[in-house]
Design a binder for this molecule. Sequence first.
Ligand SMILES: Nc1nc2c(ncn2[C@@H]2O[C@H](COP(=O)(O)OP(=O)(O)OP(=O)(O)O)[C@@H](O)[C@H]2O)c(=O)[nH]1
Ligand SMILES: [Mg+2]
Length: 197
Amino acid sequence: MRIHVLGGFLGSGKTTILMKLASSYAREGRKVSIIVNEAGDIGVDGATIKGDGFNTTELPDGCICCSLTVSLQEAIVNIVDQLHPDVIIIEPTGLAIPSRIVEAIDGIKDLDKEMDIIGVVDAHRFGIFADKKPTFITEQIRGSDLILMNKIDVATPEQQESVRRWIADNIGRSDIIGVSAKTGDGMEEALEAIRND
Ligand SMILES: Nc1nc2c(ncn2[C@@H]2O[C@H](COP(=O)(O)OP(=O)(O)OP(=O)(O)O)[C@@H](O)[C@H]2O)c(=O)[nH]1
Ligand SMILES: [Mg+2]
């Protein structure tokens, strides 16, 4: 079973990308289950995703990278027992550290899985976040197996270049895929990279 953890800061485009990824699997007849963690009390993302017909588990009232690790483990065990999905896609809150989620999932005994972290950054607003919270942003992105720079439709080439430079300087990564989940630009390459990662 494949598990993708789709991390990234608030509003970076995680849910939009998740829907495209889930749809690409579904088109091939692969069974997808989704876990959404929303800190606020209105489950907007959960409702959106369910609206598209995907099996969705919502974990509200806490963070699956810290206070809700046991709930996350239980949710995965239940999903696997009951639905036997080919793929589980997990969207944590924008404040989660994805590598901690991977650690929590690694703690589930006898789970046969291949797991990876996809880090999503917002090309348009990255500079603001990186200036304000460089340590957090570094920690959040660092463990990614793949980094997507989303919203290239609204980011200038200079903004995109500065995101790439910041990530290269602070995280030592230059293998970043620019995408627009909105227009679909770069998404084919990104989905292929995610699935073959
Ligand atoms: N212009 C533009 N807008 C985008 C793109 N991708 C997502 N958005 C918009 O950005 C906003 C946030 O997108 P979401 O997919 O909800 O982002 P998220 O990371 O799931 O947000 P949270 O779960 O609230 O942290 C929405 O209004 C999207 O329509 C993109 O490629 N370009
Ligand atoms: Mg979301």
